[in-house]
Design a protein around this ligand. Structure first.
Ligand code: BGC
Length: 522
């Protein structure tokens, strides 16, 4: 095979190893910023459990409640309700809209204020949800939380990728995903406890989101702004001072110069979104968009949102369903730690390819077992088979957690050049939330119609995405963030054709005295 997997040119470009200590301020800033993931994860994890609770269904979705307790309804269709799915999915719809406003605030005001706005939306959303009296109030709360997710998911991954020293960038960025998984697990545990509190357990579940919301808000007040954002906004001295502080050395000139050059290019671009559509942005754009679609079509959120409902469908009692969701949640967290360790060592591609094989096998096995054992009317899976299915679900979740979960967020946040980074990230978040919405809205209906075939459907997608990774995804491990164009895209067997200078952005052309050589660089 030609150099499909080719990554980094061996002749390292100047400045690729900037002096940088791993300072407490970097670690603390990253830990605090990453709490944005905690909130996202809590929202992902909480709705599945809540929607399987009788008190909640009886109050807001009486028709589903009745259907759930009718013996004549097909097992696979008990929860098939557009309204119920809208409760879960409205958050993502709001989030994908908010991200375009968030792109503006990250670029013009910085990463830190954007995180603060997110915290504010979260807090108001939690109040609406916890106090909900009727369905509209519940949905308004979810929409406000969605706005928070749009702002947080825009700012946090960028913040982490920019503030981290290159050699541990992958690991630090994955703190975001680690927090997502901790948030999901926390939500699963809360649901497991509140399910026993009648009739307001669900209210407690929704209100406890206040904890991650408060953490993010306080965190955003305490962190430093990224040097890239300060320099991009012309605050050069401040940017340099922050760089010295976070790198723990006064020798920051090479990195400062590189960010400055990137920010000159960034400032000449007046229309970042239009710039994204240029030929030169094609590789990053295509990869960012496809990565999000693929991440959601692994089928992960079918499990994360609806594990309790799914296990219930398979004949588990309410308690056992929530308990099994806790197990998958814990596997999700632990496997994400594997990724933090491995991502800057074995690289992004190796993780994605290994996980592709593991996810494929697990899903095919689940489809076969369910196909043979669960029919419309009989849900007697039997204890042995039930445990086997939970193990297979864990096998699937673990491989997702060290691959597509974190890398779906990491890779786009580190591959766009500064001039399109905010816009690129907002497209990333938007596409991610769009497809999260699609899965949230469609899964219960798909389960009703495709039955066990739904897992075969997802396994086919896993195959397609693994082939894509094999041929089209370059390795970005250990490449400084502002050197991606030269060291990754211009070296890749396929994408390099998009990197010639014949389609340089108009804004750049006007502003660079037509200095072809400098822009082209090859
Ligand atoms: C995805 C979420 C998913 C979570 C599961 C994230 O990377 O974006 O949609 O629920 O991983 O851990």
């Amino acid at each position: 095979m030609p150099a499909a997997g080719f990554s980094v040119s061996s002749g390292a470009a100047a400045g690729s190893h900037f002096e940088a200590k791993i300072t407490p301020v970097v670690i603390l800033s990253c830990v605090m910023a990453a709490t944005g993931g905690l909130m996202f994860g809590y929202d992902v994890g909480i709705s599945g459990g809540v929607t399987s609770m009788d008190d909640f269904l009886e109050k807001f979705f009486p028709a589903v409640y009745r259907r759930k307790h009718e013996t004549t309804e097909s097992n696979y269709c008990k929860y098939d309700s557009q309204g119920l799915q809208l409760f879960t999915s409205s958050l993502y719809l709001a989030g994908l809209t908010a991200t375009f406003f968030a792109s503006y605030t990250t670029r013009n005001f910085g990463r830190r204020p954007t995180m603060l706005i997110a915290g504010f939306f979260f807090i108001v959303g939690v109040v609406f949800n916890g106090a909900a009296q009727d369905l509209p109030m519940l949905i308004v709360g979810r929409i406000l939380l969605g706005c928070g997710v749009g702002f947080a998911n825009q700012a946090v991954p960028l913040f982490l990728s920019e503030i981290a020293p290159t050699r541990i960038r992958g690991g630090l960025n994955i703190l975001f995903q680690l927090n997502i998984t901790i948030g999901i697990l926390f939500a699963n545990l809360v649901n497991y406890g509140t399910d026993k509190i009648h009739p307001w357990g669900w209210r407690l579940s929704l209100s406890l989101a206040g904890i991650p919301a408060a953490l993010l808000t306080v965190g955003a007040l305490l962190v430093v702004e990224t040097p890239n954002s300060l320099i991009e906004r012309g605050r050069l001295e401040e940017g340099k001072a922050v760089l010295r502080k976070i790198r723990g050395t006064s020798n920051v000139d090479p990195e400062f110069e590189e960010i400055l050059a990137a920010s000159h290019a960034a400032n000449q671009v007046k229309h970042p979104f239009r710039n994204l559509l240029r030929r030169r942005s094609r590789p990053q754009l295509v990869i960012a968009v496809l990565l999000q679609i693929f991440q959601q079509f692994t089928g992960i959120n079918a499990i994360m949102f609806y594990a309790p409902v799914l296990f219930n469908t398979l004949g588990f009692k309410s308690d056992a369903s929530l308990y099994s969701a806790v197990i998958t949640g814990a596997v999700n967290v632990l496997s994400t730690v594997v990724s933090i360790y491995a991502v800057d060592r074995v690289g992004r591609r190796a993780l994605l390819l290994e996980a592709g094989a593991q996810m494929f096998v697990a899903q095919v096995v689940i489809a076969v077992v369910l196909g043979l054992k669960v029919t419309d009317s009989s849900d007697e899976l039997g204890r042995g088979w039930a445990i086997f299915v939970v193990i297979m679900v864990c096998t699937f979740v673990s491989s997702f957690a060290w691959s597509w979960g974190p890398l779906g967020w990491l890779i786009p946040s580190e591959t766009f050049p500064l001039e399109t980074r905010s816009a690129g990230q907002s497209v990333t978040v938007c596409v991610n939330l769009l497809f999260t919405f699609v899965i949230a809205q469609a899964f219960l209906s798909m389960l009703c119609h495709l039955k066990y075939g739904i897992f075969a459907f997802f396994s086919a997608w896993v195959l397609i995405m693994s082939i894509f990774v094999l041929f089209f995804l370059p390795e970005t491990k250990n490449v400084p963030i502002e050197e991606m164009a030269d060291r990754v895209w211009k070296q890749h067997w396929f994408w390099k054709r998009y990197m010639d200078d014949d389609d340089v952005d108009d804004d750049l052309k006007k502003n660079t005295n037509n200095n072809k050589g400098a822009v082209n660089g090859v």
